[in-house]
Each structure stands twice: as C-alpha cells, then as structure tokens.
Design a protein around this ligand. Structure first.
Ligand code: S3P
Length: 446
C-alpha cells in the first residue's frame, strides 16, 4: 500500500516575518458532512451555505447522490440536497468511495444501516488501514450485516437491516463518529435507540438532528450523557449556514502565535464548546487570543479570533480535554516547540487511529526538525525553546500533519519541508495561498 499520493507535491516553508491581515477559513467539516447526510434523509429540499468544498465532503455529497439523494451546487455557491425521506435511500450502482474520510464512511454506514440496501464502501490507503469494527460492532446489533476485509477494515459491504431492532449502546471510546453512526441507524428503527456517552464528544449530530425535527433527547445520569432518539419520525429539510471550522482556524492561529510581530483576525469561527479545547489550551499557555463579535449563527455560537504573537509557556494538557481538541494535537505540538519549558499532553490514545498514527507522525516530524520529545502509548511531551528546522517531514497521507509542519517552518531557524501536500485538499482547500496572503513563505520545493 502506498502512503503518498499518485503525484506527491512537496512543499517548503521558510522563516517568515510578521503575519498580518484578516481572513476567513472554509466551513466546518463535521457540520458539512452532517448537513449533506441529514438533508439526504429529510423530506424536502435542504439548502446549505458555507459548505466546505473539500475532497472529504465532496465524497460525502457524491455518496448521497449515489444513494438517491440528488445534490446540486448553485451558481451562488449554495448547495441543495433533495431528501428522500427516512428509509428512502437505495442501493448505489457502484462503490461508495469515501477517499480519506473516516467521518464520511462511518456516519454513512450508520445512515444506511437500518434501510434495506446493500453498498460497497471503499477508501484510500489511509482510510483502508483504519478500524471499522468500532461501527460495525454496534450496527450489527441493529441486525445490519457486513462483509468486511481482514481486521474489520475497508473495503466492506454493508447490508442494511430490513427491520432493524433498536439498541442501547455505551461508547467504549470517546468517538463522535461512533455515537453518530448509532444515532443515525436509530432514525429508521422503530422504538428508542440510546447511546450512553461517558466522556462528552462533539455534539453536532445531536444539535443538528434536533434542528431537522428529530425526536432526540439528552439526559445526564451519573456524569454520562444518555442520548435517545425515537425512530421512524420524518425529518424536515432545513436552511443551514455552516460557520468557519475551528480545526482549520487552528493553523493560522498557531502561525500568528509563533511568528514574531504577527497580528491577525480569523473571522466567523464556530465556537461550540465541544470544539474549543485548543483555544482554551493556547490561552493557558499565554497566547494572546481574544474572541470578538461573539454572536449566534443558526444554533451555534461564532466569533472572530484576534491573535497576536505571544511568548508561550509549556503546560500539562489534561486527558479530559482531548475530545474537544482531538484533531488539534499536531498543531498544538508545533506551538509547544516554541514555548518556554515542556508541554505534556495526555489522553491521546485516539490519535493512533486517525488519518495516520498522529502521535508517531508528530513525534517523528518534530525530531526531524531538531525538537526533543518523549512519548508513551497515549501521551506526548514536547520540549520547547524553538525549532532548528531543516528536516523533511513524512506526512503519511494526513492533511493535519502536512499543515502543522508547514506552520512550523514559518518560525523555524531554517526551513521545514513536507513530502506531500496533496492531502491538504481533503479539508482545507486554499490553505497555502491563504497563509501566504498573511505573509507566510510556503512554496514548492525547489
Ligand atoms: C469527527 C469526529 C472526530 C474527529 C473527526 C471528525 C466528526 O473523530 O477526529 O475529524 O465529525 O464526528 P472521532 O469521533 O472518531 O474521534
């Protein structure tokens, strides 16, 4: 299996002077996938503005169309989804290709699990190495059957249950993807499906499904969230506006913190508290980040992030914060390299099963650039004091590893380079131009 794109595009990032300007980042990835999927099973036409048009989300749009829910992009940039109603999805004519996206395939499996259809799900080499048992196990309890590849991996064929049985399921790991897959299977299942979530994870599925009119309730018992959905009630199409992705804003945010003299504003960022762990952490480290113009936008709080260069201090990042910043540890590790003292991050076991083993990939990238690290199964320590740079980072088909180390190059003593930038397009099209517009110096490797 190859772990690089067919036409790898290496990039080099050189020491920059002050980053300045006002930018917007693309729409939130989690909300974009969900807008398309929930629109696909609602009745009527869902209209979406601000949809993230990155490869991961475009693959979800194609999958919904292949399952019978037409998706259209209007000249205005808005997207329409013609919903088929619960139980209305049909077997696709060909494979459903989810590319690099765990969220795409795992949520789509939930969406299909309680409807009588069959579909073969495939993905790229990274996605084909990731565990799918975490969704096939609970979905099997509904009566769904699977023909998976060795080790419960992709490619796999899902056969949706004709008459699904509702389940009560306690999440064995902190995963919004698994929670969402079970809740989505519950929508076309008669009776009440309950997910028990001991550690809270991002709650977009719950909030957005309620917005679509689902009969969903959340109760907290003994510290655990019990999320119940009553199946077989139609959802109603919605008009949705997707705000900027805090996980994408993380890159220019850390770039401004570590490049001396920087002062930038990142507009319209979603501030759902299940997603803001990185902002909390960077402020604790001494980062000058202020949230301006806080407002409500379609059920989510949003605001503009004003970020200035800061001398950061190393801290201990507690394990209970991990779900609220799970995609942000690579870029936090870069920030930590420029802090005074050591930063210790705990509760990182889920990083091992992302687009790459992110704990290993981050550590290797830091060490290649002269930064000292220490790690265990689920923790990482980064010694601050700055990064000499000069190393070439292996990105392992992982967009967040690629973007993190391009940011690092901007403040390293010499440059940092990455082996392949192609996967940045899975979540953040326009990343390089946007950062260069602020004053970054990211360019093709000579
Ligand atoms: C996501 C959940 C997270 C996150 C991913 C998006 C989602 O995965 O890493 O990028 O949209 O539900 P897990 O829930 O598996 O941790």
């Amino acid at each position: 299996m190859t772990h690089i794109s067919a036409h790898p595009t290496p990039l080099i990032s050189r020491k920059a002077s002050a980053l300045k300007g006002r930018i917007k980042v693309p729409g939130d990835k989690s909300m974009s996938h969900r807008s398309l999927m929930f629109g696909a099973i609602a009745t009527g036409q869902t209209r979406i503005s601000g949809l993230l048009e990155a490869e991961d989300v475009v693959n979800t749009a194609k999958a919904m169309a292949a399952l019978g829910a037409k998706t259209t992009k209007l000249p205005s940039g808005e997207w329409l989804v013609d919903g088929v109603g619960i139980g209305g999805l049909k077997s696709p004519a060909g494979d459903l290709d989810f590319g690099n996206s765990g969220t795409g395939v795992r949520l789509a499996m939930g969406l299909m699990a309680s409807t009588k259809l069959s579909a073969r799900c495939v993905g790229d080499a990274s996605l084909s190495g990731r565990p799918m048992g975490r969704v096939t196990n609970p979905l099997s309890q509904f009566g769904t059957t699977f023909e998976a590849s060795e080790g419960n991996k992709l490619p796999l064929i899902i056969h949706g249950a004709e008459t699904a049985r509702p389940i009560t399921y306690t999440l064995p790991m902190a995963s919004a993807q698994v929670k969402s897959a079970v809740l989505l299977a519950g929508i076309n299942t008669a009776g009440v499906t309950t997910v028990i979530e001991p550690v809270p994870t991002r709650d977009h599925t719950e909030k957005m499904l309620k917005g679509f009119g689902a009969r969903l309730s959340v109760e907290v018992k003994d510290g655990a969230r019990h999320i119940s959905i009553e199946g077989k009630h139609e959802l109603t199409a919605q008009n949705l506006a997707v705000p900027g992705d805090p996980s994408s804003a993380a890159f220019p945010m850390v770039a401004a913190l570590i490049v001396p003299g920087s002062d930038i504003i990142i507009e319209n960022i979603m501030l759902n508290p299940t997603r803001t762990g990185l902002i909390t952490t960077l402020i604790e480290m001494g980062g000058h980040i202020t949230i301006e113009n806080r407002r409500d936008a379609g059920g989510e709080e949003v605001g503009d992030l004003h970020v200035k260069h800061s001398q950061l201090r190393g801290i201990r990042v507690p394990p209970e914060r991990a779900p609220s910043m799970i995609d942000e540890y690579p870029i936090l590790s870069v920030a930590a390299a420029f802090a005074e003292g050591t930063t210790r991050m705990e509760g990182l076991e889920e990083l091992r099963v992302k687009e790459s083993d992110r704990l290993a990939a981050v550590e290797a990238g830091l060490q290649a650039n002269g930064v000292s690290t220490n790690s265990g199964r689920d923790w990482l320590e980064v010694t601050g004091g700055g990064a000499p740079g000069g190393g070439k980072v292996v990105t392992h088909m992982d967009h967040r590893i690629a973007m993190s180390f391009l940011v690092m190059g901007l403040a390293s003593r010499i440059h940092t380079s990455i082996d392949d930038s192609a996967f940045i397009a899975t979540s953040f099209p326009g990343f390089t131009d946007l950062l260069n517009g602020l004053g970054a110096r990211i360019a093709p490797t000579p």
